[in-house]
Design a protein around this ligand. Structure first.
Ligand code: NDP
Length: 439
């Protein structure tokens, strides 16, 4: 870890992500001489390559704006680089390196042949017109196109990159190269997208939760859940929880939290999905619209009593204080819908209190799994039915759960899902790297 810190100064998110994996796998790799002789640990913490580039675009007032773009191609040992693009002012190289590192092991867990990558820009889509977003996306792709391809690197969406942005990016790729090919996932159905892709991450996280509960002889039906975020992952997780007859007590955005004391109902959820996906409004508007919903400005959901917490917004959103609140309220299950939403000290506290924690790289792998299935559909020029994809997603999440449980079983029979996810995800990538020799 010291050499990782020395080689990556001022990159706290990346160091945090490596530390988390290292802690979990170190005991397991200790007597793997083949890994040590081949320097697998050192090689796996060094991205294959990082491309950074200037993105210039013109806003609606004809002012010229300059942004920075990146693609981190972390590791392609088990398949083409695969991972989303994030457009957010907080994006920097450290954040993208951490996301690409995490993505590598997550993709490995799905069992599909996908390596790990991530990219994005410090561009902030909030408050921008469609025309501004289009001009930015076109400029971004004008550089990115030369680094990606269906057999090379297949980006998708992430925070700030949804169907609208994917449409502009894909259109520009097609215009520059003259090729229609499955170079991006998360596309709309009209031009090669997959059924179930929008729902996959949120639904998948709930499928994972259901498996964890089953293993503990518990049922999801009747349980209460607090969710953070109100984007793609949060709102589809909420939808699946309602399908399973669980109660959703909160949603949030970066301004504040809504609390729904009697539990979110279908009409409210549909209204909020329209608000966030179509009108790009703020979550506070739900409290203006519905009597049973209260808005708490500047607050997070973590003080509300529930059985399950699902952080589905962003990294490090559950810190030690939030973890104390969760434990004080007897939250039994934490399911990481977002990537690395729990700080290291919060994680330690939750583990110490016996909270069952579904780590992000397992719990939110449903999205990339269906992205992998979108790649297969594009390659065979086919479009599979929703039921088939939902059933594949359910099986993949059950399989990931099984792998995490098996690899995460301690000598005393206790289960550590985070350790299991890290070991199972790491092993496949490391073995492929060993097979290739020294490169
Ligand atoms: P969206 O952009 O659709 O939604 C993000 C949500 O989180 C919004 O409600 C946003 O609020 C809120 N949010 C963003 N930043 C903050 C912050 N600093 N504090 C509080 N709330 C914040 O993104 P997704 O739902 O796609 O992604 C959410 C998380 O899930 C990310 O960590 C992503 O990496 C992860 N993930 C997503 C996958 C997918 O398929 N979409 C797949 C796997 C992981 P606001 O509108 O105010 O910005």
């Amino acid at each position: 870890m010291q050499s990782v810190k020395d080689r990556n100064p001022n990159q706290p998110e990346f160091v945090q992500a490596v530390q988390e994996v290292a802690e979990d796998i170190y005991g397991w790799v200790e007597d793997r001489d083949d890994y040590h002789e081949a320097q697998i640990l050192q090689r796996i913490t060094e991205p294959d390559r990082i491309t950074s580039f200037r993105v210039v675009w013109e806003d609606d007032d004809n002012d010229i704006r300059v942004q920075r773009g990146w693609r981190v191609q972390n590791n392609n040992a088990i398949g083409p680089y695969k991972g989303g693009l994030r457009f957010s002012p907080g994006v920097n190289e450290s954040v993208l390196k951490f996301l690409a590192f995490e993505q590598t092991f997550k993709n490995s867990l799905t069992g599909l042949p996908m390596g790990g990558g991530k990219g994005g820009s410090d561009f902030d889509p909030h408050g921008k017109s469609d025309a501004e977003v289009m001009r930015f996306c076109q400029s971004f792709m004008t550089e990115l196109y030369r680094h990606i391809g269906p057999q090379v690197d297949v980006p998708a969406g992430d925070i700030g990159v949804g169907p609208r942005e994917i449409g502009y990016l894909f259109g520009q790729y097609k215009r520059i190269t003259g090729r229609w090919e499955g170079v991006l996932t998360g596309k709309e159905l009209s031009y090669g997208g997959s059924q179930m892709r929008p729902e996959a991450t949120g639904f998948g996280a709930v499928y994972f939760l259901r498996e964890m509960m089953k293993a503990e002889d518990e049922e999801l039906e009747g349980k209460t859940a607090i969710i953070s975020g109100s984007g793609n992952v949060a709102l589809y997780a909420a939808q699946k929880l309602l399908d399973c007859d669980a109660k959703v007590l909160t949603l949030s955005d970066s301004d504040g939290t809504i609390e729904i004391k009697d539990g979110l109902n279908r009409d409210q959820l549909e209204w909020i999905q329209e608000l966030k996906f179509e009108r790009r409004g703020r979550i506070s508007e739900a409290a203006d619209e519905f009597d049973g919903i209260e808005y708490h400005d500047g607050k997070t959901p973590w003080s509300v009593e529930a059985d399950v917490a699902m952080p589905c917004a962003t990294q490090n959103e559950i810190d030690k204080d939030a973890a104390k609140e969760l434990c004080g309220n007897d939250v039994r299950f934490v399911v990481e819908g977002a990537t690395m939403p729990t700080t290291a000290d919060a994680m330690e506290l939750l583990r110490g209190e016996g909270v069952v924690l579904a780590p992000a790289k397992a719990a939110n792998a449903g999205g990339v799994a269906v992205s992998g299935l979108e790649m297969s559909q594009n390659a065979e020029r086919m479009s599979w039915e929703r039921e088939r994809l939902d059933s594949l997603l359910t099986d993949i999440m059950a399989d990931i759960h099984h792998k995490c449980r098996t690899a995460g079983k301690g000598d005393d029979g206790s289960i550590d899902y985070r350790r299991g996810a890290n070991i199972a995800g790491f092993e496949k990538v490391a073995d492929a790297m060993l097979a290739y020799g020294v490169l």
